[in-house]
Design a protein around this ligand. Structure first.
Ligand code: NAP
Length: 311
């Protein structure tokens, strides 16, 4: 009997995923029944993405070997008490490339002052040339799959890049820091701060009145991580005082961001609608198939979530 792989990531996603998943399973040499519904006690693997208001109940999936998430962020499932199976998150080369594009694009935009140039076509010849990228220190908070890729790409563009993670890390060409002292050291010099941390209890309001006050005057923030990383009141106050010169925000505590939220109308805030990076079926389906192959072969799964750490 073939193993049963249940696609439980929503009916709307099925048309774009079915073809790539079937092709990837075949390429991985996995013979499986890929289905969108099945009796829970027959399911061997669940492909999952958050959706709907009710948290899923995994209790009846008694023979499920792993839940394979399509999203990089797992905050909506990681503490689900009914989930006793291993949980894998998505690390997708396409998603990573999208994040690198977003972060580098906005970092260059902020570095070059493009907003003022584009909006200032007023016949006056008075713009100062920007400094070189090598004169613009950038901090990347979070050096995981996405943060490390962005840090590397930013360093490749010439920016001096400082990175910050929970545990000590060594990345070629990146000045790596960890811990509270490391965070202070990074923030004190960062003219652009990129936040690519997961939403956990430990990262909630990481950018708050105290940490924002450490930034050089006029620093810019790019947050494609999660809305919970930022204390919104503190950021608005830091924008008002000029401590923060610009914020480009892709993620929010409430999404869609309510139409009356002050961020929308703020002249120095750019809101993007959680589009920084999306999982791409063509590049992500092979990751799912490889984990199913590994699960069936009894090999260690890729991208396992640490349930204690929450990411
Ligand atoms: P990841 O590989 O799990 O990396 C997370 C990084 O954050 C690691 O370097 C980790 O440190 C660090 N970290 C976690 N908790 C920390 C703490 N308390 N203090 C300091 N550092 C901490 O995650 P990823 O794949 O890079 O993704 C990062 C986040 O991006 C996701 O969780 C998701 O929220 C967000 N995301 C957003 C979009 C979008 O479209 N906007 C798309 C995808 C993902 P260690 O290295 O020491 O473990």
């Amino acid at each position: 009997m073939n193993p049963v792989v249940l696609f439980a990531a929503g009916a709307a996603r099925w048309p774009q995923w079915e073809g790539p998943l079937r092709a990837a399973l075949k390429a991985a040499g996995v013979k499986a029944d890929l289905v969108t519904s099945a009796a829970p006690d027959t399911v061997d693997f669940i492909i999952y993405a958050p959706g709907g208001d009710t948290p899923p109940d995994f209790t009846a999936f008694t023979r499920c070997r792993a839940v394979l998430g399509l999203w990089a962020g797992v905050e909506r499932i990681v503490s689900n008490p009914t989930l006793t199976q291993p949980l894998c998150r998505m690390v997708d080369p396409g998603l990573t490339q999208g994040m690198v594009d977003y972060v580098c694009g906005h970092a260059l935009r902020l570095h070059l002052g493009l907003d003022a140039l584009v909006a200032g076509q007023d016949g006056r010849w008075n713009h100062e040339p920007p400094p070189l990228s090598s004169e613009r220190p950038v901090a990347v908070l979070g050096l995981g799959a996405l943060g490390a890729a962005c840090a590397r790409a930013l360093a490749g563009l010439g920016f001096p890049v400082m990175g910050w993670s929970r545990r000590p890390k060594t990345l070629p060409g990146i000045e790596c820091h960890h811990g509270q002292a490391g965070l202070r050291a990074v923030l004190e010099r960062a003219q652009i701060v990129v936040t690519l941390l997961p939403a956990t209890a430990a990262t909630e309001n990481l950018l708050n009145a105290k940490t924002l006050a450490r930034l050089p005057h006029g620093a810019a923030i790019i947050n494609p991580g999660r809305g919970t990383l930022i204390d919104d009141e503190a950021l608005l106050a830091a924008l008002a005082s000029g401590r923060v010169g610009q914020a480009t925000l892709d993620v929010f505590r409430i999404e869609p961001l309510p139409a009356d939220h002050p961020y929308w109308a703020h002249p120095r805030v750019t809101v993007t609608p959680h589009i920084a990076a999306e999982t791409r079926p063509a590049t992500a389906a092979p990751v799912i198939a490889e984990n199913i192959r590994r699960g069936l072969a009894g090999e260690p799964l890729l991208h396992l979530v640490d349930r204690q750490a929450g990411y």
